[in-house]
Design a protein around this ligand. Structure first.
Ligand SMILES: Cc1cc2nc3c(=O)[nH]c(=O)nc-3n(C[C@H](O)[C@H](O)[C@H](O)COP(=O)(O)OP(=O)(O)OC[C@H]3O[C@@H](n4cnc5c(N)ncnc54)[C@H](O)[C@@H]3O)c2cc1C
Length: 509
């Protein structure tokens, strides 16, 4: 991988103005905006073999987005070619590759570690191939990249095939096998209907049932796509409508709106009754917490698949894995040939957090200790010239993460403008400002469905607070980040190659 345009070499290291880690939606959003502004002195580091982030890694049968495609796209790269209202993963990956091609974003290298060098006022980055340094580091390493497996004894003892949904083994043929799916979350409800017709027997292990609502999916006819191609404003109109509906419904759900809750619960019950005849199975599939507390599952074919004669739902957590079987907390044991773990991702302990070290040498993970603290979900006190995208504080429940990433991208771009215009070498959010933000957002989070809805979800941090989430509208998030609030930062002027000013005292704007 080569840097898109390296600026200089400092002490044997290649020095760049900006290093972006991760080439998923967020990283490509930042890279595209940098290029638009004529910035060539940056690189995007990617550990994977291609771009795409979660859409490169998640190739399980049935994988698709559950935010409508025109909204689940980059605003500056509208796509009239989406085949379906909710696109399959492969098409989303193709779309991201086309963004790279169309914008000439170049190839990638991989990151091992990054640390802030106070004397040099720069980030030092060690990749698998070389050392780099950068004025500014932007982490776009993704919130859902590291697969999580249940912490149960015997996992290594299982003699059959095991895999996680995000690391699908396409060589292994499940046809005719007895297969277990562990988990009934967002990936499980997509994969189960695809696997069920192929296997002899499917045992689904469910710890907690999810609220399910129908997906208004449809094939987008060629005629409509032609229209979208000639009238790109129409794509924007689709997007606007999808955004307005999502933002309103999502916000009302976060705020525990009773009318919306009743409406969605009614849709859930109708769907359940339509497809599941057995009252015992219906009871197992009915959640005992408030809708919205966990991610609502948007699917039309999950319940029909569960109702098939070769499928069994066991409503108990897996407690042990044996050589040829799984055993649950209620003592049920089922023999299987393969186990598919649809058990989600590491969220609060993401590995990138232990690889980025700030001014005092501690990593973000060490500073946070499982309880994220940040300013405007994007910067962290003690980590100068650093932006953290699509990480803690950005989850919207059912909004588009791309919207959140692009809002943060705007903040990054404005900060770079301020740095350049004011000849600054570093910025670091003030601790008191960060504390104020954390208190403000924390108070708001306390009244949300994530905190009060009576469930445990991956939205919660180790202190049991939904600090991974943003409690207001997506629009509010964008407004908060439309301008870099330099007044909340410690700013330092300096002479660094390319910035052209003297190293100076720490100053407040
Ligand atoms: C199956 C699935 C479906 C989803 N569906 C939706 C949806 O419908 N709507 C929605 O809003 N969100 C959805 N999400 C959430 C999704 O994470 C975000 O929408 C979005 O893809 C995040 O983009 P990103 O670029 O921030 O992260 P990612 O897509 O995760 O990309 C991060 C990239 O960083 C790289 N990376 C990580 N660490 C390093 C390192 N140390 N060095 C170099 N590179 C590194 C990774 O390899 C990866 O390529 C879904 C997630 C999954 C897993």
């Amino acid at each position: 991988m080569t840097a898109i345009e390296a600026r200089s070499w400092v002490g044997g290291e290649r020095h760049l103005r900006v290093v972006v880690v991760g080439a998923g939606f967020s990283g490509l959003s930042v890279a595209s905006r940098l290029r638009e502004r004529g910035e060539g002195d940056f690189v995007v580091l990617e550990r994977g073999e291609s771009v795409g982030g979660v859409w490169r890694d998640n190739t399980y049968p049935g994988v698709a987005c559950d935010v409508p495609s025109h909204l689940y796209s980059l605003s500056f790269a509208p796509n009239p070619e989406w085949d379906r209202a909710f696109s399959p993963g492969a098409q989303i990956k193709d779309y991201l590759e086309s963004v790279v091609r169309d914008r000439g974003l170049g190839p990638w290298i991989s990151l091992r570690e990054a640390a802030w060098d106070h004397d040099a006022q720069a980030w030092r980055i060690v990749t698998s191939e070389r050392r780099l340094s950068a004025d500014v580091l932007v982490s776009c390493a993704g919130p859902l990249t590291e697969p999580v497996f249940p912490d149960v004894p015997g996992l290594g003892r299982f003699r059959g095939k095991t895999f996680h949904t995000s690391r699908w083994d396409h060589v292994h043929d499940l046809t005719g096998e007895r297969v277990a799916v562990v988990g009934t979350g967002a990936s499980a409800v997509q994969v189960i209907p695809e696997v069920q017709p192929r296997v002899e027997r499917l045992v689904v292990f469910q710890r907690t049932p999810g609220w399910v609502v129908p997906r208004s999916d449809r094939k987008i006819p060629e005629k409509e796509k032609r229209l979208l191609r000639v009238l790109p404003q129409l794509v924007r109109l689709y997007r606007l409508r999808q955004f307005a509906v999502r933002d309103l419904v999502n916000y009302r759900m976060i705020r525990r709106n009773r009318v919306l809750r009743r409406f969605l619960e009614k849709r859930f019950r109708r769907l359940l009754e339509e497809h599941i005849g057995d009252p015992e199975l219906r009871a197992k599939l009915t959640p005992d917490y408030e809708i919205g507390c966990k991610r609502v599952l948007i699917t039309n074919d999950f319940y029909p698949a569960l109702a098939k004669p070769n499928v069994e739902l066991i409503a108990s957590a897996v407690e042990e894995v044996r050589e040829g079987s799984l055993v649950t907390e209620d003592g049920t044991e089922r023999e299987v040939d393969a186990i598919i773990f649809a058990t989600g991702f590491e969220t609060s302990e993401s590995p990138i957090l232990s690889r980025i070290r700030g001014r005092d040498g501690r990593s973000i993970g060490e500073v946070w200790e499982g309880r994220p603290r940040f300013h405007r979900a994007t910067t962290v006190a003690g980590f100068p010239n650093f932006f953290n995208l699509c990480s803690a504080g950005t989850g919207s429940g059912h909004g588009s993460m791309i919207w959140m990433a692009e809002s943060q991208t705007a903040y990054v771009m404005d900060a770079l403008r301020v740095l350049r215009e004011r000849n600054l070498s570093s910025f670091e959010v003030r601790h008191d400002v960060q504390d104020r933000y954390v208190r403000w957002v924390g108070k708001d989070l306390e009244s949300t469905v994530w905190a009060r809805g009576g469930c445990r979800s991956w939205y919660l941090d180790e202190g049991g607070r939904p600090s991974l989430m943003w409690p207001r509208t997506m629009w509010g998030f964008r407004r908060m980040l439309r301008r870099f609030d330099a007044e909340h930062y410690l700013l330092r002027s300096a002479r660094l190659p390319g910035w052209g000013v003297e190293r100076g005292e720490a100053i407040r704007a």
